[in-house]
Design a protein around this ligand. Structure first.
Ligand code: BES
Ligand code: ZN
Length: 911
């Protein structure tokens, strides 16, 4: 997958969740920051912050009457016997659930969750055997269902019997309907579920909070021609009244958000046995040939995790299902993982490295969740990072072990950079963050939870050692299996394994927003290290961390590594005689930035070849962030980029190219040719060296690099020769696909769109519909947002409303048009004009994803209009999302205001 984002495939990385952030990542703007402050008093402020945050989090763990979104706990579920009968063509379902509950005290009310369900009957039995009908009230805003009985229930084990009806919706949430075209081009329905975070309540009445764990026994009544898959193995399949009745085995005790069922015409791959676990992949008819790659990584990662965790896979089988319409990338339902097609089905012969990596990542990520998330679950959504950051971290470990040559941890630098970018905003939030309403739970699925979370885990793992860390993880999983846990529980397990206090080190990274920039200055005999919170916009934001710093000191012929914990605002270190340079953040595992003093920086640039790729990546990334933040002059940064002509690492190039793309967003159109010329000067030498044709034995990474460079030269550099050659090669690829390296295709297609006319547009729109693989479909789809003519981009926007583009993709397409400098005005106008229609049409998270595009509207007049629109409509995108987008926009516009003139002068001279 493209965590790599370049101009040629800027949207590939993140189509699902990480996109917005990621894009933000690309746009680190800034202006002047306050001078570095090193005040000891900051510490006090920070500790106060941490306490407040912790306080909020404690409240959530003991929900009180003042949080109307939490259910009372005097009646709790132990077991659900669920029977559902979906009617796919009528798009409705009816169901019955028997819930075994524990009643703590005499009561006449039972409160659970239900939403958009019609409850038809409710009967309650208590521990004394009295049976009585209950009256039902539904509270829409609070998404609750209250059952009231006349005689109080006797404490002990009780049973509820509830009959209900619902709609198979088209919003990709709850129990929903997906549609695909069969071989004859006829539309066929499929029913699937997506419950996380809070949508199980749309499929059946339940206690829909992660710490009400229970056993689920599911029965599906379906048309005889269809297949049903759920969390556990099929116990029996019988016929009743001409219908197929499929009974599934009991699940383990688990949270409601992990329940799943899929019903439709589906084909399965052959079974693989992983230990005792049967594993297979499912697709709609005709796509089975795209399953072997996914099956291979599914098998390899399941084996990897059983060994790493030293706990057997916790379910009785594992199905991985590709669903044609799917809101996110994939979902870790126990034993029945669901995916969007691009994240599971792939043809390794025609896919790019990035597309294969994407499948491997997602599959490994969801498999990792079977333990982290499913077996042990966060108590409440404020602790979502315990699920998602761990799954992301484990995904890296598993993929790295499977294909070491992919250098997955190097490319993880790009994801870490995206997190550093959002976490450099004043509107960032701590990794753990109070959650009340469902909308705020959804907003937690962001780059801070995933990428910052995984980064700080990697930092800790490297600090205490991988084996100690693994032992702590094993202990944590064993201690809380089938239950729930909080961050403090993790610290206890890791602390026991490491024989050290973890909270002092880690709480600052989890409960406090932001991160430090560590300044490194070399004097004659000393290295001076200082820390200060990094933010892009001018500030004196408080913050103080215990920073694990790994240094590499080069003195004469000798190189030594030193580890230290930067505990104070300032630290002085004696350096060996003849110290030439020091690399701070050696190996690149730290979640902080480094600002080198001028002497050190110059010496590092002279010794670039001694730096590891991730260290060069961080050097450029931090320099660029410092530039946006006003800590480094723009001309100094632009000079620095000239030192990378011999660079051959794709990630280093990605960050260089991203910074040029940022400049492209803020430059006056009349000056754009100057920027294009500059980009050509910078990129041409590397492109010439790498050439257009893969060399025998060259690595996957070089193939990707080639595509990055050519894509950037053809579009950002607007290079006529590259465009001509790309057109020829594209034509060759159309005639004989095997003649061209698939890795080049994204760049070729993107350049054809950039230079393309209406005929090309029609061609791509047609190819999008007839594509042979999900990846090809996606490539042509996103190309439709990369044309330059307004009339063509208008056609693309119209397709997001008329059904031609699936709703799972539509929000990203609108966002992509706003990120296209030739389409941003019309993209924004489209959003404003059609807001209500888009809101009605898009799935959950849709508006949030679409609005990610506003960060590309870097013009003062657009910014004013954007603010005015959101103010007047009082729009809430959940959590801090909107504030973050607006701050990123501010950063871009203020960069333009402050540096526009300098940039122009620099570029004129550079010609
Ligand atoms: N648990 C999430 C799926 C999810 C995302 C549910 C958002 C509800 C809201 C799943 O494990 C996940 O993280 N999926 C990622 C892909 C993954 C490889 C990062 C996604 O959907 O982007
Ligand atoms: Zn996940």
């Amino acid at each position: 997958m493209e965590r790599r984002r370049t101009t040629s495939n800027a949207h590939e990385w993140s189509i699902e969740r990480r996109e917005t952030l990621y894009r933000l990542g690309k746009s680190l703007a800034i202006f002047l920051a306050a001078p570095l402050i090193t005040l000891r008093s900051l510490q006090a402020i920070v500790h106060a912050d941490i306490e407040t945050t912790n306080g909020a989090h404690m409240n959530q763990l003991s929900p009180t009457a003042d949080d109307p979104f939490r259910l009372p706990r005097h009646v709790r579920p132990d077991r659900y016997e669920l029977r559902l009968e979906p009617d796919l063509s009528g798009a409705v379902f009816h169901g019955h659930v028997m819930i075994v509950v524990t009643v703590d005290r005499p009561t006449d009310v039972i409160v659970c969750n239900a939403l958009e369900l019609a409850i038809e009957s409710a009967l309650v039995e208590d521990a004394a055997g009295q049976r009585q009908p209950a009256s039902i009230t539904l509270d829409e805003p609070l998404q609750r269902c209250t059952l009231t009985v006349t005689r109080p229930l006797v404490p002990g084990e009780g049973r509820l019997h509830i009959g209900f009806r619902g709609t198979l919706n088209d919003k990709l949430r709850g129990f929903y309907r997906s549609t695909y075209k069969d071989r004859d081009g006829k539309a066929q329905p499929l029913a699937a579920t997506q419950f996380e975070a809070t949508d199980a309540r749309r499929a059946f009445p339940c206690w829909d909070e992660p710490d009400f764990k229970a056993v689920f026994s599911t029965t599906l009544v379906i048309d005889s021609a269809l297949t049903a898959v759920s969390n556990s193995a099929v116990l029996s399949e019988t016929q009743e009244r001409g219908k197929k009745v499929v009974r599934f085995a009991d699940t383990m005790k688990m949270s409601t958000y992990l329940v799943a069922f899929v019903v439709g015409r589906m084909e399965a791959s052959d079974l693989t046995l992983v230990g005792k676990t049967p594993l297979r992949l499912w697709t709609v008819p005709g796509k089975k040939h795209l399953t072997p790659f996914g099956q291979e990584i599914a098998t390899a990662s399941l084996q990897f995790f059983e060994r790493y965790y030293d706990i057997p896979y916790p379910a009785d089988k594992l199905d991985l299902l590709a669903i044609p319409d799917f809101a996110s990338g994939a979902m870790e339902n126990l034993g029945a993982i669901t995916f969007r097609e691009t994240a599971l089905l792939v043809d390794p012969r025609s896919a790019t490295h990035g597309e294969l990596e994407r499948v491997a990542d997602v599959v490994a990520h969801e498999n990792a969740h079977m333990w982290f998330g499913d077996l042990v679950t966060m108590s409440w959504w404020n602790g979502l990072w315990l699920n998602e950051a761990f799954a992301t971290f484990m995904e890296m470990l598993a993929v790295d072990a499977w294909k070491p040559e992919w250098k997955r941890w190097d490319t993880f630098g790009v994801a870490r950079a995206a997190a550093l970018s959002v976490d450099g905003l004043h509107s960032t939030r701590p990794i753990e963050y109070a959650v009340r309403a469902p909308k705020d739970a959804e907003a937690m699925f962001d780059v801070l939870t995933y990428e910052k979370g995984a980064s700080v885990l990697r930092m800790l793992e490297q600090h205490i050692g991988p084996t100690v860390f693994r032992d702590g993880v094993r202990n944590y999983l064993r201690s809380h299996a089938y239950g729930n846990a909080d961050t403090k529980d993790l610290w206890i397990s890791l602390g026991n394994a490491a024989r050290q206090e973890v909270p002092a080190l880690m709480d600052g990274w989890i409960f406090q927003p932001g991160y430090p920039i560590v300044s490194a200055e070399l004097t004659e005999s000393e290295l001076l290290l200082t820390q200060q919170r990094f933010t892009y916009l001018s500030n004196a934001a408080a913050g103080f961390w215990q920073v694990p710093v790994q240094l590499r000191i080069q003195a004469g012929e000798k190189t030594e590594t030193r580890r230290l914990l930067l505990m104070r605002d300032e630290e002085r270190l004696a350096c060996p005689e003849g110290t030439r340079f020091v690399v701070a953040n050696e190996g690149g595992h730290g979640f902080y930035r480094v600002h080198y003093g001028p002497l050190l920086l110059e010496r590092l640039l002279e010794g670039l070849e001694t730096l590891a790729p991730i260290e060069r990546f961080n050097l450029v990334n931090d320099a660029w962030a410092s530039t946006v933040a006003g800590l480094m002059p723009l001309p100094a940064y632009l000079d620095l980029t000239s030192r990378f002509t011999t660079e051959r690492d794709k990630n280093v190039w990605a960050v260089l190219i991203d910074s040029f793309a940022f400049l492209n967003r803020i430059i006056d159109p009349s000056d754009r040719p100057l920027l294009e010329a500059f980009v050509r000067i910078r990129i041409r030498p590397a492109t010439a060296a790498v050439g257009w044709t893969p060399q025998p034995g060259e690595s996957e990474l070089t193939k990707q690099l080639r595509s990055e460079l050519i894509g950037a030269l053809g579009r950002l550099g607007n290079d006529a020769e590259t465009q001509a050659r790309a057109a020829e090669l594209y034509a060759t690829a159309r005639k004989a696909a095997a003649a061209v390296d698939p890795n080049l295709l994204p760049a070729l297609v993107a350049i054809q769109a950039f230079t393309g006319d209406a005929a090309r547009y029609d061609e791509f729109a047609a190819r999008f519909k007839t594509a042979a693989t999900p990846q090809e479909e996606r490539r042509y789809l996103f190309a439709l947002a990369q044309f330059r003519q307004p009339v063509l981009l208008d056609r693309t926007l119209a397709k997001t409303l008329d059904g031609e583009i699936r709703v799972q993709d539509a929000p990203f397409m609108v966002s992509a048009v706003m990120h296209n400098v030739y389409g941003r005005e019309l993209g924004w106008r489209f959003v404003k004009t059609n807001w209500d229609a888009l809101d009605r049409r898009f799935p959950k998270q849709g508006l949030r994803r679409m609005c990610g595009g506003i960060t590309g509207l870097c013009k003062p007049e657009l910014e004013r209009d954007v603010r005015q629109f959101f103010d007047s409509r009082k729009i809430d995108l959940g959590g801090k999302t909107l504030d973050q987008y607006l701050e990123q926009l501010r950063i871009g516009v203020s960069f333009r205001e402050r540096h526009g003139e300098t940039l122009k002068q620099y570029l004129q001279k550079a010609r």
